[in-house]
Design a protein. Structure first.
Lengths: 504, 573
């Protein structure tokens, strides 16, 4: 319980580092105890390591493209540099964030699908300022919008695939009338950079989707939680908002909240904790955010892509959207990176196969061996699954998942054990440390893999199956549950890579 | 109407096939504990918000997801089938323990928590004998968090009970978790130490040996401690405590749960109050005209003095530290006026959950009012002495540091008036007056105190007094017996029975034995909580020591099975 008048919400907005003076200043300014400020600030890498220099991405795609050599170059030149978890620039791998949060890369940004008005998000097209979907949603009324959403079969695009309509309805069913809408733009799953493109290319689509959501559920306050590494998208969104704030969006208050470097804040309850100025640790559920979310009030938290799908659904109907999908409803933004010719974000019917996706992305580079279909959390699949539909149901059949559809393709030149290690490092760094299975399990997975890579002794990985099971059973949130999956799936599908021989 | 409401509030459910009843809205863990079914847990505590981070209370529920759920955050639904001990559940629980142990140093032989450590206990109950991990353990800092609490980061399991205590109970917010992932640990902000009046409770709450009370560590193994259920004499709150002693010397005092009195807590000052009994300034020998003598010699002199003086010419002086029984005896054996000295007010503190540390540093001020009624600070005694009305004063001073009598009274006492002094401290009165006997500290005597809310509670002797100390009850009754007041010397309980008979308005219907561990309210008291509502069902042990609450069930079995004959003496009654 905080002292009266304390403004915890402001803590993470005003704190810049974890130095004694800074924490004391923030504590005085916000009325929050110094220990609280210190604990919260130390959680986020951008605050706890403010002057670390260049942040070299060590996400899987960047690692495959030589981020380790890049890092060594920095050290050789005597420039300060640290490794960072995925910075969401997999199409430009290897990428680095400059101390001023600008992306540094030899490569230009990846491709997107060509303009096509028949695509709901149509990243290649131009953004429209007419906000006709918002007007249409007012004609339809709340129930009409929800009916369209239900008919569209839109599943949450953040990774879990929860039906968007049901989430909105859950909030509508609450008696509390103070409600919030939050856009989850804390895109940090290694291999994923689709939300970045939506924000850069179709900011109005997102703002419109948020407005429709807010009006449907009866919220006045709209929050956009965007990872702090995305300075360009933040600027773009702010500019877009300025264009229309007094026009179609009048009456709604848009707030921007910047993340401070914590993957776990993409988990919706951790995101809420971060927005409230605390350590970004997932809450235990129930209650769900739709019941008690931001500031304890019913809250809809949707992914950027989910919200961007809403305006076209409202305009052209749920059935139309549903019909765009192949195995499941709608189109999907697939991010593809790794060993392919043209990495990028492609809007394709939900349920295309890897081969189809890679065909759009210019084809494979080298001989493909494995792929990770939906970010680090989805583990690895053998290339023999290249025909499998990339959708929620079909991938879960093989113990993987679509997740955020951040597809990474690996060819024969990259060691699967190294790849698994890359993901293990990621999960170890990004575990919030709240529950024992994840906090300690992620470290043990990494250590075991490191031990294996050093000695090539298969015994180092002897107990991984048990460990993975215990992490899956015991963890609070999804991070701990899947943190061992990259390794276990790699061992399952590529036993040769872990039998001591080296390459798969 | 009310009957049907009660009925509707009860939710039938089963644990491992056995039928139980939960209250509506109750979690599986609460319902299980209330029904006497123990599910292991670290981070959950009835006074704190649910954190759900230790994952120790995993159970499977039907209806429910296929994965195990934490019992502390799963609400019982009607007909729910809880599986708390199938192989599947136990394996998941073992896994959690193995994780915790993967980081935890196996330093039980030198850890002060050993013997009352939940991690140790659960490892015994649920642990695997081997570990699959050979990885390096994480190293975390080891330092003082505040003047009282020492932190051993390597032992910490990050259950955050201590953090939540400082946030939710004291509201002082000194503690936090810093950093993240496996590099996280509990810490204070540099320059803001953990220094609130209840900081010692964080060590009680710590289920492992991570937060330790630096006042008591490295003194005794806990299984050698013998606990006595008593009441703290530090202030008028009357916190229920376990006075834990080894080799007839008090090693520490820990709180006992009593909801209307002290919840689960006690203050740091109270924890140190037993030190008042071991000061150098204590009187530990009888004195005759200031010279040390045998008790019997002093007693004979006192009896001569007492019987030579008419009762009407005998006054008494006492303090807010005297038990009700001592007060009753003083009033009975003298006919002159009486005076009471109180310790001046000290620091008060109120927690967010309503535990009130009283500013009144006298444990029995309310008892003085109940037994003696209207008494002053010694004004009438002074006048009596000055006017020659009073020839003998019986001084019963068990106030630590000695009573601080009014100046006028001191002047009067310095005169020719005779005095029989029973004193905790070797005061100037004890050194200069005719007869002096050593008195007892609250940890050495039996009797009753009335707390600030009118609750009558028992203090119990936990250790013996130094030297040849007979104590107030003995000396006062000897004096009274010589004057024909009592046929024989009684125990505190016997004196209480006489008190109850003599003051039926306040004490009527109360019996000494009936006071039990949590006391009873006096007639008309502010706190009218009946004894069976004083403790929650979760555990009857002090603060977090769930391990001890299990004693009855598991430790017996452990003893029997252990070839080493674990735990020769255990004091947690």
């Amino acid at each position: 319980m905080l002292p009266k008048g304390a403004q915890r919400d402001r803590v993470l907005k005003v704190v810049h580092d974890t130095s004694q003076e800074e924490v004391e200043r923030v504590s005085r300014e916000t009325g929050v105890p110094a220990a609280d400020v210190y604990g919260a600030a130390s959680f986020y890498t951008l605050i706890s390591q403010p002057d670390a220099g260049a942040r070299v991405c060590q996400g899987l795609s960047c690692r495959m493209a030589g981020s380790q050599e890049l890092f060594a170059d920095y050290l050789e030149r005597g420039e300060p540099a640290i490794y960072a978890s995925c910075i969401g620039q997999c199409d430009r791998a290897p990428a680095v964030l400059s101390p001023k949060m600008a992306v540094v890369s030899q490569r230009s940004a990846g491709a997107v699908s060509a303009a096509n008005p028949e695509l709901p998000m149509n990243l290649g097209g131009s953004d429209s300022l007419d906000y006709s979907a918002l007007a249409r949603s007012r004609e339809l009324g709340g129930e009409g919008v929800l009916a369209a959403l239900d008919a569209s079969g839109l599943q949450g695009r953040g990774g879990a695939g929860f039906p968007a309509g049901r989430k909105w309805r859950a909030v509508l069913g609450e008696t509390e009338t103070e409600r919030y809408v939050i856009c989850n733009a804390d895109e940090a799953e290694p291999g994923t950079f689709k939300d970045r493109e939506v924000m850069l290319r179709r900011p109005h689509l997102l703002l419109e989707g948020l407005a429709i959501c807010a009006e449907t559920i009866g919220a006045k306050e709209v929050y956009l939680y965007i990872r702090g590494e995305f300075q360009e998208p933040i600027a773009r969104l702010k500019a877009a908002l300025a264009e229309v704030a007094d026009g179609p969006l009048a009456g709604l208050n848009y707030h921007f909240v910047e993340g401070h470097g914590a993957y776990i804040c993409g988990e919706e309850t951790a995101l809420l904790e971060a927005m409230e100025g605390r350590r970004g640790m997932p809450r235990i559920k129930p209650p769900y955010p739709t019941q008690e979310g931001f500031r304890g009030k019913p809250t809809v938290i949707n992914n950027v892509e989910t919200l961007a799908c809403v305006p076209p659904i409202v305009l052209r109907g749920g059935e139309w959207f549903k019909g765009l999908g192949r195995t499941e409803a709608g189109t999907k933004l697939y991010c593809i990176s790794g060993h392919v010719e043209t990495p990028g974000v492609y809007e394709l019917p939900l349920g295309v196969s890897l081969d189809e996706l890679v065909a759009v992305a210019g084809g494979y580079v080298g001989e493909p061996v494995a792929f990770s279909p939906g970010g680090a959390s989805s583990g690895f699949l053998p290339i023999s699954e290249r025909e499998r539909a990339l959708d929620f149901a079909s991938l879960s059949e093989v113990g993987s998942m679509l997740g955020s559809a951040g597809v990474v393709v690996l060819n024969e030149t990259f060691d699967l054990a190294e790849a698994a290690c890359s993901q293990a490092i990621f999960f170890e760094d990004e575990s919030c440390g709240q529950c024992a299975p994840c906090r300690i399990g992620t470290r043990l997975v990494h250590q075991a893999l490191k031990g294996y890579l050093e000695t090539r002794d298969p015994n180092a990985l002897e107990h991984i199956e048990d460990l993975a099971w215990e992490m899956e059973e015991g963890s609070i949130c999804g991070l701990g549950m899947v943190a061992a999956l990259p390794l276990t799936s790699a061992i399952k599908h590529f036993p040769a890579a872990f039998s001591g021989g080296g390459q798969a | 109407m009310s009957e049907t409401t009660t009925e509707r509030l009860e939710v039938p459910f089963t644990i491992d096939g056995a039928s139980y009843t939960a209250l509506k809205g109750e979690t599986v863990l609460e319902a299980a504990l209330r029904n006497g079914y123990f599910i292991p847990h670290y981070c959950w505590h009835p006074s704190l918000s649910i954190a759900g981070n230790c994952r120790m209370c995993l159970v499977h529920t039907k209806p429910g997801p296929p994965k195990p759920q934490i019992a502390c955050n799963t609400v019982v639904s009607e007909g729910m089938e809880v599986d708390a001990s199938s192989e599947k559940t136990l394996t998941a629980r073992e896994g959690i323990l193995e994780f915790l142990l993967a980081n935890h140093p196996l330093d039980c032989p030198i850890c002060d928590q050993a013997g009352e450590c939940d991690l140790q206990q659960y490892s015994f109950d649920h642990g695997r004998t081997t570990s699959k991990f050979s990885e390096i353990k994480t190293q975390r800092p080891r330092h003082d968090l505040g003047p009282r609490i020492r932190f051993n980061g390597n032992r910490c399991i990050l259950c955050t009970r201590c953090v939540r205590f400082c946030d939710e109970v004291t509201g002082t917010g000194e503690l936090t978790v810093v950093n993240r992932s496996d590099s996280a640990w509990i810490d204070v902000f540099p320059g803001v130490p953990l220094d609130n009046p209840l900081s010692g409770c964080t060590a009680d709450l710590c289920p492992v040996g991570a937060l330790l009370d630096s006042d008591w560590i490295h003194t005794t193994r806990v299984w050698l401690l013998r606990g006595t259920k008593s009441v703290c004499s530090g202030c008028a709150t009357g916190c229920n405590v376990n006075v834990e002693a080894f080799d007839d010397s008090v090693k520490r005092m820990t709180p006992r749960e009593n909801q209307p009195v002290n919840k689960w807590w006690m203050c740091d000052e109270g924890r140190d109050s037993h030190r008042e009994a071991t000061t150098d300034s204590r009187l530990n020998v009888a004195r005759l005209d200031g010279q040390p003598v045998k008790h019997q010699d002093a007693l004979e002199a006192a009896l001569d003095l007492f019987s030579a003086t008419p009762a009407a010419k005998i006054a008494y002086l006492t303090t807010g530290h005297a038990t009700c029984e001592e007060l009753h005896l003083l009033e009975t054996i003298t006919d002159g006026p009486g005076g009471v000295n109180y310790r001046p007010d000290g620091g008060a503190f109120e927690t967010l959950d309503g535990f009130k540390l009283s500013a009144d540093k006298n444990p029995n001020r309310a008892g003085v009012v109940a037994v003696l009624g209207d008494v002053d600070a010694g004004e009438r005694v002074r006048k009596g002495i000055e006017s020659g009305q009073i020839e003998l004063v019986v001084v019963c001073d068990s106030q630590p540091g000695g009573a601080n009598w009014d100046e006028g009274l001191v002047e009067a006492l310095k005169g020719d008036v005779k005095a029989i002094v029973i004193s905790l401290e070797d005061t100037w009165l004890a050194q200069t007056k005719q007869v002096a006997f050593p008195g007892l500290h609250a940890i050495e005597k039996d009797g009753t105190f009335v707390n600030q809310n009118g609750r009558l509670q028992r203090v119990r002797a936990a250790v013996s007094a130094p030297g040849d100390t007979r104590g107030e009850l003995d000396v006062l009754q000897e004096l009274g017996r010589s004057a024909g007041h009592f046929p024989r010397v009684l125990s505190a309980g016997g004196v209480f029975r006489r008190l109850a008979a003599a003051s039926p308005d306040a004490f009527g219907g109360l019996t000494y034995r009936g006071l039990g561990a949590v006391g009873l309210p006096l007639a008309g008291a502010a706190d009218q909580t009946p004894a069976d509502k004083c403790q929650t069902y979760y555990n009857a042990g002090p603060v977090s020591r769930e391990t001890r609450a299990q004693d009855e069930q598991t430790r017996v079995a452990v003893h029997r099975e252990s070839p080493l004959g674990y735990g020769t003496v255990r004091g947690n009654v």
